[in-house]
Ligand binder design. Structure first.
Ligand code: ARG
Length: 588
């Protein structure tokens, strides 16, 4: 379905042509003076030079041609040469009816025939999720859903950090604590136990302990590195133990991500490309891309136009060990070979931007990707506390994700129970849904690349630009629709119709912008556009609601038009929150 501004522009272009001017001048935009008009066209100003005429004369000519337009209720030429337009409600309603009858409210699958891999989440095995992982999960999930809604084939991959020194640290620490385990017995040839020799909480204690020790004791670190090396080179017992670490940790991660309403299509990790690294290294050497530098193997990635220094991309360290880069490059190779995507998007902390610049350049230079393959880094800013510094616990530590979510949940439950008396269980279920919207909307409503302040009081408020406000609005709409049904009304048979109600018209206008907004959100990979849209939509609805008798409207046709408008509004809102990654409760 054509976007509404295109339809309106066509009408004005036709008028420019009829008046003897270039039709390209007829491009219409939404008015930046809503007090004066709804839409505007500045084409007459742009055409003045070309036609050696005062802009107002051109504007007058065009306005005259539009006097009987089916689209506009009012077109005026205003000095020095603007065209100000008001639109006919009947035209908007026609558009809305088409939208209602079209798939996806008239969005024309801008992502069709595209295959996109989204690399997000990126947690590290055996380390608890902390707030630093929150943004990647929330933003990545929303971008995945937006791309999918836009008709693209999307594969979300968690890309676990499951292969580095942290694994060696755990293995070594375990070998000190439980030296009698068969995993450490090199002569052991039997089957290793099915059960892991630790629980998730033990694991979560082992890692920081080991990491602390390695920082203080170089000999300890040396041993941990040795264990990492043994693990990576395939020592049987170490691999078996590592599998246990992975299983226990992934089970826990799955639970945590499920609580966030985040899910991945692929649970692959750095370790999955271990076996293809030697082949890739050989390929880079054979192709003349990689060379030795101070014992290490590197690929130069500087470009003539660089204004800042871009260091070479290191492929192997001098001891032959692979690095974070190496696994990312090998993962690109593997993704190209097995899935052949059109684009790979990385949703990662923006402090890694130079790193990804190196990786992308290296992947292009070494032809791991096709020239047309898009590699895109979507760096997000830091989540700060109210003091403007990176979010910390009260005692200054890194906050575990679970605790953070618990705090928001507690606050939400308190607010909900304060507001309304309802069974405890129901209050808890509602608080869970609403708390997630508070956290996600608080994050997504900011442009991803910017830092933002995590403010529980503000995020859980039912007023202002918050997820909670949106959900309250949705619940309000649902409740009106339910009352209508209870009184015997049939929502499905309600028809959209012109109402001559100004606040209804504003709501209608906002609804007609849906496909335009969603296309932009997809093209720019920008969930905050969906947030801005749905916030405006909620405002338009609430304004309408306060100005209008809906259920008590006596004119049945009018009432039916209102109900149809509400039904469409709620479906659009539901679609929006779904791509943002949260749900609305039935009541709250
Ligand atoms: N595990 C990494 C970290 O915690 C993030 C992974 C990002 N994704 C990637 N393909 N490198 O910093």
């Amino acid at each position: 379905m054509k976007k509404i501004l295109d339809v309106i522009s066509e009408e004005v272009k036709k008028a420019f042509a009829e008046a003897g001017y270039d039709e390209a001048l007829g491009r219409v935009t939404i008015s930046n003076r809503p007090d004066l008009c709804e839409y505007q066209c500045n084409g007459a100003m742009a055409g003045a030079k070309q036609y050696h005429k005062a802009p107002i004369m051109i504007a007058n000519d065009v306005a005259e041609k539009l006097q009987n337009s089916a689209v506009f209720s009012e077109v005026s030429a205003v000095a020095p040469g603007f065209l100000n337009m008001k639109i006919k409600e009947a035209f908007l309603i026609d558009y809305l009816i088409q939208m209602q009858e079209s798939d996806k409210f008239g969005l024309e699958n801008p992502g069709q025939n595209k295959k996109i891999i989204i690399d997000y989440g990126g947690p590290n095995v055996a380390k608890p999720l902390h707030v630093g992982h929150l943004r990647s999960a929330i933003i990545g999930e929303s971008i995945k859903r937006i791309c999918r809604y836009a008709g693209a084939e999307v594969i979300g991959d968690i890309h676990l950090g499951d292969w580095g020194l942290q694994m060696g640290l755990i293995v070594y620490e375990l070998s000190l604590r439980q030296p009698d385990l068969p995993y450490f017995d090199e002569s052991f040839e039997g089957e290793y136990p099915q059960e892991a020799p630790f629980t998730i909480s033990e694991l979560e204690e082992i890692y920081p302990t080991a990491s602390g020790k390695s920082k203080e004791d170089p000999a300890y670190k040396e041993k941990a590195m040795e264990a990492t090396f043994k693990l990576q080179s395939g020592v049987r017992g170490y691999r078996a133990l590592w599998k246990h670490i992975l299983n226990v940790s992934v089970t826990d991660l799955k639970k945590n991500y499920a609580n966030l309403n985040v899910d991945f299509d692929l649970w692959k990790g750095e370790s999955d490309v271990h076996d293809i690294i030697p082949g890739m290294v050989q390929y880079m050497k054979d192709g003349g891309y990689a060379h030795e530098s101070e014992g290490a193997l590197v690929v130069d990635v500087v470009e003539e136009t660089d204004t800042k220094e871009i260091p070479p991309c290191m492929i192997l360290k001098s001891d032959g060990a692979s690095l974070y880069n190496t696994t990312d490059l090998a993962t690109i190779k593997e993704r190209m070979e097995t899935m052949n995507p059109d684009a790979i998007l990385y949703v990662v902390d923006k402090r890694q931007d130079l790193y990804f610049e190196q990786v992308f350049r290296c992947a292009r230079k070494t032809k791991l990707v096709k020239p047309e393959t898009e590699l895109k880094f979507l760096g997000f800013g830091t989540m700060n506390g109210k003091d403007g510094k990176p979010f910390k616990t009260r005692t200054g530590g890194v906050m575990r994700l679970e605790y953070l979510l618990q705090e928001v949940y507690d606050e939400m439950l308190r607010k909900i129970s304060e507001n309304k008396s309802m069974p405890e269980e129901e209050a808890a279920a509602i608080a869970k849904v609403v708390a997630l919207s508070a956290v996600k909307y608080g994050d997504l409503s900011n442009q991803a690349s910017k830092d933002y302040i995590f403010d529980i009081d503000r995020f859980t408020s039912s007023e202002g630009n918050t997820g909670v406000y949106l959900l309250y609005t949705m619940v309000r709409i649902k409740s009106i629709l339910n009352k209508y049904k209870e009184a015997g009304g049939k929502v499905e048979s309600c028809k959209l119709a012109a109402t001559a109600n100004e606040s209804a018209k504003d709501l209608i206008k906002q609804l007609t912008a849906f496909n335009t907004m969603m296309e932009n959100a997809y093209v720019e990979l920008a969930p905050h556009k969906v947030c801005a849209y749905i916030y405006e939509l909620a405002n338009a609805f609430n304004h309408f609601y306060h100005e209008t008798k809906i259920l008590t409207e006596e004119n049945e046709e009018m009432k039916s038009a209102y109900i149809a408008l509400l039904a469409l509004t709620i479906s659009v809102m539901e679609t929006c929150i779904d791509v943002l990654g949260f749900d609305a409760p039935e009541r709250m």
